[in-house]
Design a protein around this ligand. Sequence first.
Ligand code: KG4
Ligand code: ZN
Length: 325
Amino acid sequence: MILSIESSCDDSSIAITDIATKRLIFHKKISQELEHSKYGGVVPELASRLHAETLPKILSECAPWFKELKAVAVTNEPGLGVTLIEGVTMAKALSITLGIPLIPINHLIGHIYSLFIEKEALFPMTVLLVSGGHTQLIEVESHESVHTVATTMDDSYGESFDKVAKMMGLGYPGGPVVERLAQSGDAGRFDFTVPLWQSPLIAFSYSGLKNQIRLAVERGVPEDYPHIAASFQRVATEHLIQKVKKYCKTRPPKHFAIVGGASANIYLRQRLESLLKGFNTPLYVAELRYCSDNAAMIGRVAIEEYARGRNRDYRSIPINPRCKL
Ligand code: KG4
Ligand code: ZN
């Protein structure tokens, strides 16, 4: 079995996965959303202190399996430096005391493998990763061959929901609340401009849209908020759809997936599904409970790494807060 740890942002999570069957033996996650909500976003120092409290609590529940562990895996990149260090330090200590190897895992690869928890992997796959920290289009040929073909020039899709929620005083995380509010609004009421709609580039940008929303919120009254939320969600998603369409026209993908916390958005799922129908491409999504950050996806990648003998010396594992794929 492999024990995996995730602490790259505001979720403390540990999983134990059976190497041979890929079955999840144990999985627990404690989210810090409530604690960060009053600040309208994640406060890194607070997140770090909360991981220091919760990770040991979860780890103590894993003690019955310690003797069966063959390796420990941990997210070491990208993420918040001060929170990554909590998981990595715990993983190093476990690796030393149990005398087992340590496997560093890239969080973005983790999101890709959230599609394959307790399952075989399916490649080639073009993956749209939409989370709080990332909006990128990734071509995955195999476990060894992963290429980013488009990324955001500024904010990410999920982050733009968080910022819109903050402007309306709706707390954090913004995705679920803005999506809910949008259900009672008229998505055509506000005619926001779709980012980069005239640009031939396949790239993403959300800072301009964010400013359009800020103006609408400042000029409007709270009764407008559902309409602003619905119009924002429509335009933010239309931007993704336009760029994915452009991509599909040049390289029709065999399989397409959306992963990351924001892939839980139902409107986005529906829009992508109908776009991909036109290209005869099936859409894959992770189970809802594995869309946001979790250690099960880290453990799933770890199985692949373990099979390839990619175990690191526990002393040399680096922390890379800003690494790219
Ligand atoms: O993957 P994740 O848990 O953390 C990162 O790696 O960033 O993603 C969290 C992000 C937050 O920005 C949150 O607002 C967004 O995902 N999110 C959503 C939805 N649910 C979560 N965004 C849009 N619609 C949703 N339903
Ligand atoms: Zn994530």
